[in-house]
Design a protein around this ligand. Structure first.
Ligand code: T3D
Length: 275
């Protein structure tokens, strides 16, 4: 069991490079190649896909928590794993992105569940992109974010050029991407790149508390909040108002809406089922 494993959870055998623990409605997924700062190999992508699928198939799961083992969160693509084992030739960036990173980013954004990310250490390259694809990002005070791509002659990928200007504005996005400088977690919080930065020792406790809280909330509405906010930058006001109306119509049919209103009127704490 890793130091980051959810206490009391049962690890599932997904493959060594990712750990999965499911407990109390939360699936805790830990990237587990600490010696290489959890950089992505093909095997780790496959393990992560399997972990997310297992979590999705478990109807008790109402929130996901993603973190990394050891001193790093994720150093992006493993730069030693860029050869296609089938051909023995360089895999080709486009292929790697299309086969592995793009489906992962889509999955994280389209999951109808909240995804909390606990950035426990350095996030570099596509490691930052994966954090940005999650819904609520906490980071340890000692963690950092590096758009490392330019250092090896690449452009930011796996969604970083999409997320960065939306999160921090164009001026900061350009400087981060073009300089590849390390951004500390406190500045990341101040700039709105992440939700919150917390003391290192508090990170996993806070992240688990947050994920556990979300797992008790109206899951249907949380999934629709994600969809609405993701759609927002591409929509005009009228389209977004129509989308909100449709989503609200959906929510008003839910058991959780009925429970929320009756708990309010009864002056008691609601118990949301997620339906
Ligand atoms: O086809 C495609 O590739 C397209 C997809 C691209 C997506 C991308 O993510 S491109 C960007 C890839 N990532 C990087 O360029 C970051 C490389 N890593 C670093 O710059 C540094 O490791 C960090 C700044 C993140 C951390 O530095 P530091 O000094 O804390 O740690 P370190 O000593 O550099 O790393 C510790 C170990 O992890 C070390 O291994 P060793 O020597 O102890 O056996 C190092 O080689 C390994 N490691 C770190 N990052 C990677 C890595 N090994 C392979 N790939 C890495 N990305």
């Amino acid at each position: 069991m890793s130091e980051n494993q959810h206490p009391g959870s049962h690890p599932h055998g997904i493959g060594n490079s990712v750990l999965l623990g499911i407990s109390g409605g939360v699936a805790e997924i830990t990237l587990n190649r600490p010696d290489k700062l959890n950089s992505f190999t093909r095997a780790m992508h496959a393990d992560l896909r399997a972990a997310i699928s297992t979590a999705r198939a478990d109807t008790s799961v109402r929130a996901i928590l993603l973190t990394g083992a050891g001193r790093g969160f994720c150093a992006g693509q493993d730069l030693a794993d860029t050869v296609d084992p089938a051909t023995g030739k360089p895999a080709g960036v486009g292929n790697t992105l299309e086969e592995n990173y793009h489906p992962l980013v889509h999955t994280l954004q389209e999951l109808p569940l909240p995804v909390v990310c606990a950035v426990n250490g350095v996030a570099a390259g596509a490691g930052t992109s994966i954090a940005f694809a999650c819904d609520i990002v906490l980071a340890a005070r000692s963690a950092s974010f590096i758009q490392a791509f330019i250092k090896i002659g690449l452009v930011p990928d796996a969604g970083s050029t999409y997320a960065l200007p939306r999160l921090v504005g164009m001026a900061r996005a350009k400087a981060l991407a073009m300089l590849g400088d390390k951004l500390d977690a406190e500045t990341a919080e101040r700039w709105g790149l992440i939700w919150r930065c917390v003391d290192d020792v508090a990170l996993m406790g806070e992240a688990r508390k947050l994920a556990s809280h979300l797992a008790t909330q109206p899951t249907r509405a949380l999934g629709l909040i994600k969809q609405a906010l993701h759609a927002s930058p591409g929509n005009d006001l009228a389209t977004q108002l129509a989308l909100e109306r449709n989503f609200q119509a959906d929510c008003t049919q839910s058991n959780d809406f009925r429970e929320g209103v009756s708990a309010f009127l009864d002056k008691r704490k609601p118990v949301f089922s997620g339906n």
